[in-house]
Write a protein that binds this ligand. Structure first.
Ligand code: SF4
Length: 311
């Protein structure tokens, strides 16, 4: 585990990427969007300014310290905001390519690909996972609540340009929110925009974790499957991660510390903690309940699951 580090976390169980060592390049919560479904809460610094939000050298120092003894399937730039806002992302990817054999993934909202610098800096990643939730300007403002300077057609054009230039793989994610972007016209336009980008994979997601706005509900699994079949043939509905994630470093010595580290990024379930820490589910449940009792965590029942968040 990467307890004690400021910018790297995990490896965390990822529904898409197995054991993923996370790299968080912006503080909570800096983003170009303020999506109503965001599991990291509301955006507090909505911006398109690219700068060194955290010291590039410190991020590289943490990776350099962790990687020799750690085990991860991927190093993933994701976390509490939009990683392409960090002006040092290209330098960090270049360092990873030169110093580790671990594939590099960038999870991004895709909003800055109109910028040649961003496309160049991500060129040597192995996998880029952009999201695109709508092709409709009105829905874009309602769902993604972007920086006012962004418009959806320019975002899509940027993604199309990046896809033409990029030698690695692109997996395109569509996040579906019932009542917002699930009408036939929305889905048809979204599918057409996705076809222009031409990703290797299309993945459908929905709000399985507590969202920024409590009015957002998850799309039921069967309905998401029906949408996939009708509008996005061959698309995957992202299922809950069910792999193992305890790294070569073995079970974390302190499950509570692991829970705090995970909860600082997103709400977690006992299953998330059990997988990440390599501990029994009963111990994970007990650890989280103790954190609730001590006032360090809050628990929320949602869609049949218990989600724990840092207080
Ligand atoms: S879901 Fe992603 S793009 Fe949307 S506000 Fe959250 S971090 Fe930003």
């Amino acid at each position: 585990m990467s307890d004690g580090y400021k910018y790297i976390f995990g490896p965390v169980p990822s529904r898409r990427l197995g054991r993923s060592l996370g790299v968080d390049l912006v503080p909570a919560k800096v983003c170009t969007f303020d999506c109503i479904y965001c599991q990291a809460g509301r955006t507090t610094n909505k911006t398109i300014e690219r700068t060194e939000y955290v010291p590039t050298a410190d991020v590289i120092a943490e990776l350099s310290d962790w990687l020799p003894g750690g085990a991860a399937d991927y190093v993933t730039f994701s976390g509490n905001g939009e990683p392409t806002l960090h002006s040092g992302i290209g330098e960090i990817i270049a360092w990873l390519n030169a110093n580790s054999g671990v594939p590099v993934v960038v999870v991004t909202n895709g909003s800055l690909f109109r910028l040649p610098d961003v496309r160049d800096e991500l060129a040597s990643a192995d996998l880029v996972v952009p999201s695109l939730d709508t092709a409709n300007p009105v829905t874009f403002r309602r769902l993604n609540r972007p920086d006012p300077s962004l418009d959806i057609e320019t975002v899509i054009e940027g993604l199309v340009t990046f896809a033409k230039e990029f030698a690695g793989e692109i997996w395109l994610e569509h996040f579906i929110v019932p009542g917002i972007n699930d009408t036939p016209a929305e889905l048809k336009a979204l599918a057409e925009a996705g076809a222009r980008i031409g990703p290797a994979r299309v993945q459908l997601n929905t709000a399985v974790r507590p969202p920024a706005e409590t009015t957002v509900r998850p799309m039921p699994y069967a309905e998401l499957c029906a949408i996939a079949e009708k509008y996005f043939p061959g698309a995957e509905v992202i299922a809950a991660y069910d792999g193992e994630s305890a790294g070569r470093r073995g079970a974390a010595p302190d499950p509570a510390a692991t829970a705090r580290s995970l909860m600082s990024r997103r709400p977690i379930t006992a299953e998330d903690l059990a997988r990440t820490a390599g501990i029994d589910i009963k111990l994970a449940e007990k650890t989280l309940e103790l954190l609730v009792q001590s006032g360090e965590a809050a628990v929320e029942e949602r869609d049949g699951g218990r989600f724990y968040s840092k207080l």
